[in-house]
Design a protein around this ligand. Sequence first.
Ligand code: ADP
Ligand code: ASP
Ligand code: MG
Length: 831
Amino acid sequence: MKIEILKKRNKHIKLIQMKVLKFGGSSVASSESINKVIKIVKASTFKNDVAVVVSALGGITDVLLEAGSLACKGNENYKESFKIIENRHIEVVRELIPINNQSSVLGTVKKMLNKLENTLEGVFLINELSNKTSDKIVSFGELLSSYIISEALKNNDLDAILKNSQELIVTNSEFSNAAVIFNKTNENIKNFFKTNKSKIVLLPGFVAKTENGEVSTLGRGGSDYTAAIIAAATDASILEIWTDVSGMYTANPKFVRQAFPIQNISYQEAMELSHFGAKVLYPPTIQPILKKEIPICIKNTFEPEAEGTLITKESSNKNPIKGITHIENMALITLEGSGMIGIPGISKRLFEALSLEKISVSLITQASSEHSICFAIDSKDAEKARAAINAEFNYEIQQHKIDPLIVEKDNAIIALVGDNMKSHQGISGKMFSTLGRNNVNIRAIAQGASEKNISAVIAHKDIKKALNVLHAVFFENQTKQLNLFVVGVGNVGGKLLEQIKNQQQYLLDNLKLQVRVIGMTNSKKMLFNEDGIDLENWKKILPEAENLDMDLFHQKVTDLNYRNSIFVDNTANENISKLYAKYLKESVAVVTCNKIACSSNYTNYLNLKQLAREYNAPFLFETNVGAGLPIIDTLKNLIASGDKVTKIQAVLSGSLNFVLNNFNEENSFFNVVEQAGIQGYTEPDPRIDLSGVDVMRKILILARESGTQLELNDIENDSFLPKASLDAKSVPDFLETLKSEANHFNKIYEKAAKNNCRLKFVAEFDNGKSKVGLQEIPSNHPFYNLDGSDNIVLFFTERYPIQPLIIKGAGAGADVTASGLFADIIRIGNN
Ligand code: ADP
Ligand code: ASP
Ligand code: MG
């Protein structure tokens, strides 16, 4: 009796000490990474015996499948794929195995490769590829990798043997995704490890055999499962899954840069995350070890010191939401029809038809009217499902009781996962409102009764945005990211970039806004950086970037599909202003100092404002009037709070004001216009300023923002330019006329001076009508003392009938215009 107990205890101790380590494809992709694996295995053997399960070299399974598929189609290119496979393995042997031991290893590898080549040739000749043959072909991936790595371990003086898992794991004949027959499998594993004397047993993952001895596999990603089966059968102390990321993350780190590893998570949560797309763990992996309560640790081969994720029965992590996942390539299928209401058995027939075709359903919703059932399946099964369901409901479809099936591809499922969600209210509300606010359209929703998961079907193109916005709301310190695409980096654009660079830290610390410039263009080049362009060095990098193509620029912004994307137009270019609608329709906000769009025809102006509302994308143009002065914003607030504008009087041209302020007996009109150009106070074409067109545009925008439908042609322009200047065909010709017509200008000046007045170019909007023109302003008028390039606006409203609301200050110049643009950007951030 005593001996029995001792034996049991010894056996127990031995088994408890064993660890199972699994290394995935990326961990064994090259000799360099395999050397890291060897180091990790070696360190583990100091204390424990280990079973090491390996995947095929990274990417090889895909190439094997491709080779099979090409061969089956009779396409000779399968030989190319085979060559890739051959070269990869031979290269790894040459790099890993010391030269004097190489030939025997190479010999065995070549023998295996020959077998693979023969199998592929057979497929090529008969043009047929069953799942069974496909399994035979893919199994070479793990058989080759495990053999090579076992030899590498031995060559590192480690006490290792290779054991083919196909001799241990027994499955049914469901080739390509076989189900394990556990009683036989567990017995085989136990028997083997009972007698094993080596410290390290190396095993291929993924591969198995049927009861008849035919090669089978456990499904894509199945090496995790192999390792779990071995861990459970041997009562291992721990199962370590070594991969290319430092654990199970709050979201797929390849999609969400801010995602971070979850320290601890429960089996149920890990299972839910993996079922809903966290590929880092193959979904069935948890199953065999659940009862045994063996902990799983997910570790990074390339950063072994990182803590990783520990998966245990209970999690110490009390955050109700553990992660956000997604599954790509989903088809949303809807069965509906008036004939479905109240008829029992429809769902049963529907899901039975799918089950007979072995199609698994990831999400189901049924309207409470029972008028429709909607579910999501893998896109690759969509046509099979359509045929099966149409056949099942053929009679009802003929009778028009059920409509033909609606199949929508290019969808994805996105899911929030966590054990404790059930005890927290408002999570789904927050999830859906966040998606809605960011213009992610939700096609279907499901919340499991266990409330471990809330999932939604969205369009494929929205995956990245949806993951990021949800991650920001549920996991991040509520820092809001603003992603800018800046068009035009000259005077104004350059200043804007400088201001952003200087304020980035302040905005992050004080407003929790992270402002990043993701794309920028000048008139020749365009530059992108998904991490944010380095604003210290953009002037050096931009000239080296790719050639400007505004279509490609738009494509890039759309493809990136970042939340809070802002298109910033710093140009005065009409073609750029015509692009706004395209951006707004993609829910990209538009901030612009370019007046052309808002002063184009009224329908276009209105359309842009409507698109902004419809797509929840702000369209801001504060700098269209008065550069950085808060004129439009103030006007908007007046209107929004119920006030009505009765009259506007304004001096709106910083450039004209500069010119008229500096023009006098000593300084000729031509001279001051030239100076204004040099100092950047005029548009590149000074005619736009001097003719009054620029002021017309501005008062037009203010009139429209006040709620009046007005066109540019409706505005009266009493120009002070002589005919010769108005007729000039080019900028130099125009400037020449300012010289030749000096008398005309001097007369205007002298007349005003005689009347003790100053000249101002005034814009007025009164009673629905608008006009602009030169006026002599007497000394008691608020416009009289308007210095330099200042602007002034007087708003007369129902609330300000006598003393107007006055806004006054610098109304031109690159710096203030840039700061006005910046203010619009921040407005979006604070929204
Ligand atoms: P291996 O080859 O090691 O089996 P996989 O490619 O199967 O590795 O799984 C690791 C990958 O899983 C990561 O590189 C990552 O892109 C992806 N992944 C998806 N969701 C998550 C998540 N929530 N946490 C970590 N990785 C994830
Ligand atoms: N090599 C197989 C695959 O790529 C199994 C695995 O890596 O887990 O799916
Ligand atoms: Mg994997």
